[in-house]
Design a binder for this molecule. Structure first.
Ligand SMILES: *Cc1c(COP(=O)(O)O)cnc(C)c1O
Length: 471
């Protein structure tokens, strides 16, 4: 399987080549040359597989430069009971009103980002080892992504992580989670600024190409193809667990921000998985809901982006959306380029002419949820079922409930556990979310973090002091 760019300007590359890259050289995003088809018989033959075995079956369709046995060893190391708490890895949790949760948040950081990051950590170490290379991950986080990356890469050979976070602006739980890591290859830098300042510094340093190559900087952000591929697996898993017969249909609702999670659902559907609908749920930052309603994509500025009680969905632009647009315009890289040129020039592009296809061809529908919806949904689900859901999952439940159809299971992706967002839970049900037993001592652990002023040169110096330059 070779990979190409959504903008058409990249020579075909292998999985291992694109694994360590961010944007394609032409500014586009990497995609496989085709989506491998999975027929009904193959799908049925997968019913008895463990999660790790299923992951190896699906990922090998996209990764042909890692031998099969090695790939299975990687998925076994990523997806096992010691990392995800039980053999199921992704449990299904029935709710009410025709909805079921797809439990994607049983990993070390209690959010679905662990699903992809745990595999990424294994495959990074493997590929770097084969190439006798090292890589220094530089990233900025406001919470979920950074901690998932650190837990996946801690102690891995050949990889260092330099993670910038805004000093004093993450929840106590999130801080304790990240800063309590004592592994030598994990570097937490708390900058006296906001998340956007941290991200600007990452952009400045990664944009200094000389520095970037001398210090072998890399990224693990949401456009990483291996993350998208790893997420495809749990759509198949959800379908296999929610159905008993070939051809049965399932719908999924996906709390969305950067369009990474639901893009994986789209790819599963393109591979032939019988998905009826992909329901995209946003919070008040409804750029994507607006697109599916109007056909116009109009990202917002940082100032126009609301700080909401489902903060991991507070995005202004959806970094993976270009991969879906590529399909919408029949994989015509010229049309993709024209869209993004128009976006640069006018702040928006208009694909309303293709609107009839959004649902009929691709199964997409969308809806938005608000703070009041979130609170009411958390409370209602708790009262009716005893299950406590987190604010992001609540956005999904709220929107998904409006699209339930008789006889078709609706799986809502549980993108985080409530313990991570205690304040909103308290507001919704009048008491805090329970902290899982194994994390109760977290806040008392010693923390390892370097607090510094918000200055790219300080971060540059820190990296130089901790990594040997390459000639
Ligand atoms: C990252 C995240 C999302 C959004 O996922 P995308 O792939 O960016 O669409 C939703 N909920 C939680 C809890 C997250 O951490």
């Amino acid at each position: 399987m070779k990979y190409r760019s959504t903008r058409g300007g990249m020579a075909p590359q292998s999985f291992s080549d694109i694994l360590l890259e961010g944007l394609a050289p032409d500014g586009g995003l990497a995609l496989p040359e085709r989506f491998p088809a999975v027929d009904a018989d193959t799908l049925e033959s997968w019913r008895a597989l463990s999660y790790a075995e299923l992951a190896a079956e699906i990922l090998r369709l996209y990764i042909d430069d890692i031998p099969r046995d090695d790939l299975l060893a990687l998925t076994r190391a990523a997806y096992n009971a010691s990392v995800f708490g039980s053999e199921q890895i992704v449990p299904l949790k029935p709710l009410n009103r025709g909805l079921t949760l797809l439990g994607l948040s049983e990993g070390p950081t209690l959010a679905f980002k662990d699903m992809a990051m745990q595999f990424l950590g294994q495959v990074f170490e493997y590929v770097l080892g084969k190439r006798n290379a090292t890589l220094n991950i530089l990233g900025a986080t406001s919470g979920d992504t950074g901690s998932a990356a650190e837990y996946a890469l801690r102690g891995k050979r050949g990889v260092n992580v330099f993670m910038l976070s805004p000093h004093g602006r993450m929840s106590e739980f999130q801080r304790a989670q990240m800063y309590s890591l004592q592994d030598e290859n994990i570097h937490n830098l708390a900058l006296k600024g906001v998340f956007d300042d941290c991200q600007d510094i990452v952009k400045a340093l990664a944009g200094d190409l000389d520095f970037k190559s001398r210090y072998r900087l890399g990224a693990v952000n949401s456009i990483n193809w291996a993350r998208i591929a790893a997420q495809v697996v749990y759509y198949f898993w959800g379908w296999l667990r929610a159905t008993t017969a070939a051809g049965a249909q399932v719908s999924f609702t996906v709390p969305s921000g950067n369009f990474g999670n639901i893009l994986s659902g789209h790819i599963a559907r393109r591979m032939g998985l019988p998905i009826r609908r992909l329901v995209l749920a946003t919070n008040e930052n409804n750029v994507l809901e607006e697109f599916f309603r109007t056909g116009v994509y109009r990202p917002r500025s940082a100032e126009q982006t609301h700080a909401t009680s489902s903060p991991s969905m507070d995005i202004s632009r959806a970094s993976n959306f270009e991969r879906f647009v590529f399909d919408l315009v029949d994989q015509d890289a010229g049309k993709v380029k024209a869209c993004w040129k128009q976006l640069d020039e006018t702040g928006a592009f208009d694909l309303s002419g293709l609107k009839p296809l959004f649902e009929s061809r691709y199964g997409f529908v969308a809806g938005a949820s608000t703070h009041a919806d979130r609170l009411a949904t958390i409370r209602q689900v708790y009262e009716e079922t005893g299950v406590l859901i987190d604010p992001h999952t609540a956005d999904g439940v709220k929107v998904g409930a409006g699209h339930v159809e008789e006889g078709i299971p609706m799986l809502v992706l549980e993108t985080a556990l409530p313990a991570k967002f205690g304040e909103t839970i308290q507001e919704a049900i009048g008491k805090p979310a329970p902290i899982p037993a194994h994390l109760q001592g977290l806040a008392r652990l010693p923390q390892r973090v370097e607090v510094m002023d918000c200055d790219a040169e300080l971060v540059r110096d820190y990296i130089k002091r901790h990594v040997a330059a390459q000639a």
